[in-house]
Write a protein that binds this ligand. Structure first.
Ligand SMILES: NC(=O)c1ccc[n+]([C@@H]2O[C@H](COP(=O)([O-])OP(=O)(O)OC[C@H]3O[C@@H](n4cnc5c(N)ncnc54)[C@H](O)[C@@H]3O)[C@@H](O)[C@H]2O)c1
Length: 315
């Protein structure tokens, strides 16, 4: 049994990670300020004797004796991270400094939930970890992209300068139950619109492609990365390389929900990447042949069931 701190633990990915860590028999502290997360996501864990919930903002220092830290705290969807862009950068940068300081002091291993957004609007496909990215430093997405890039820099420098035991994981588009219903991300948007038989909005002509990873595959990758040999620090891409156009995704959601929704097209927002696809060779090689197992249809069905129940609950 390990003592594990999960920052952002009440969020979409964090709540699945807490579930899995508790299931694996660990002692888990879930830390969150509930900006985008919700107690609803982890309320079933509250009675568990080895689960502890802490309301805290990572831009303030925090102290606990733990063996491992998963640093997930940061709003991840554009509507949420653009709501207060200065706070988003503070969360990524000051959150990283506070958690790295803690890891250094208590000699814990720390994993950073970085993002494919560090590649910006990439000029190479698929993206390997060596690619440095093509990021606009002053655009509307910069608070998130540059905040996450700076967090990676901090992780590397704490490792080089203070020998902190770090891991960096670059997460690609992930979806699943517990996503925020109004976060404007494409999967949750399409499913909510389809379930309500509303028009499905595609930004641009729908030819831009994305690869979608189901959350259980990500959690498995994160745990393997955290427990990988000390000399493998990453960054490592964790994502599903199967590509779909946004139009194909919309059609699939309509089919699976048997919705009467129509597809409508709107202007593409600034800096929206045309294509994003992970090269996962490194993860396969270094994380015991890790590879995503859940394909789009199966993952979408589970996510649709979640949102369907969610809509019923709030009625
Ligand atoms: N979902 C994806 O597709 C994706 C892709 C790449 C990277 N990531 C990264 O994974 C992590 C989790 O993302 P998610 O999709 O679960 O998003 P999310 O918004 O559901 O979860 C983020 C959690 O962090 C909490 N939080 C935000 N600011 C905080 C602060 N200052 N102090 C404490 N808690 C704070 C939120 O309340 C929320 O519970 C993020 O770091 C995100 O950047 C996610």
């Amino acid at each position: 049994m390990k003592r594990i701190l999960v920052t952002g633990g009440a969020g979409f990915i964090g709540s699945h990670l807490c579930d899995r860590l508790i299931k694996d028999g660990h002692d888990v502290i879930c830390l969150d300020n509930y900006f985008t997360g919700s107690k609803r996501n982890i309320e079933h864990l509250l009675p568990h004797p080895y689960f502890e919930l802490v309301r805290h903002d990572v831009i303030q220092p925090y102290f606990a004796e733990v063996d491992q830290i998963y640093n997930l705290a940061c709003p991840a969807s554009p509507v949420h991270y653009q709501y207060n862009p200065i706070k988003t950068t503070k969360t990524s940068v000051m959150g990283a400094i506070n958690m790295l300081g803690l890891a250094k002091r208590i000699k814990a291993r720390i994993l950073q939930a970085s993002t494919s957004e560090v590649y910006g609007d990439p000029e190479i496909h698929p993206q390997t970890e060596e690619y440095w990215g093509n990021v606009n430093p002053i655009g509307i997405r910069s608070c998130y992209d540059e905040g996450k890039r700076c967090a990676e820099t901090l992780f590397m420098d704490y490792h080089k300068q203070n020998q902190v035991d770090i891991k960096i994981m670059r997460i690609f588009n992930t979806y699943g139950p517990n996503m925020h219903p109004n976060d404007g991300r494409v999967v949750s948007n399409f499913i909510m619109q389809a379930l309500k038989n509303q028009d499905i909005t595609i930004y641009g002509d729908g030819s831009q492609s994305r690869s979608f990873q189901y959350v259980d595959d990500l959690v498995e990758g994160a745990i393997r990365m955290m427990n990988s040999p000390k000399d493998f620090i990453g960054p490592v891409n964790i994502g599903n390389p199967n590509e779909f156009t946004i139009l194909e995704l919309a059609q699939e959601v309509i089919r699976l929900t048997q919705s009467k929704s129509k597809i409508i097209f709107e202007k593409l927002p600034m800096d929206d990447p045309m294509q994003r696809q992970p090269d996962i060779s490194l993860a396969k090689e270094r994380l015991n042949n890790w590879t995503p197992n859940i394909q789009l249809e199966e993952g979408l069905i589970k996510t649709i069931t979640y949102f369907d129940n969610f809509i019923r609950d709030i009625k």
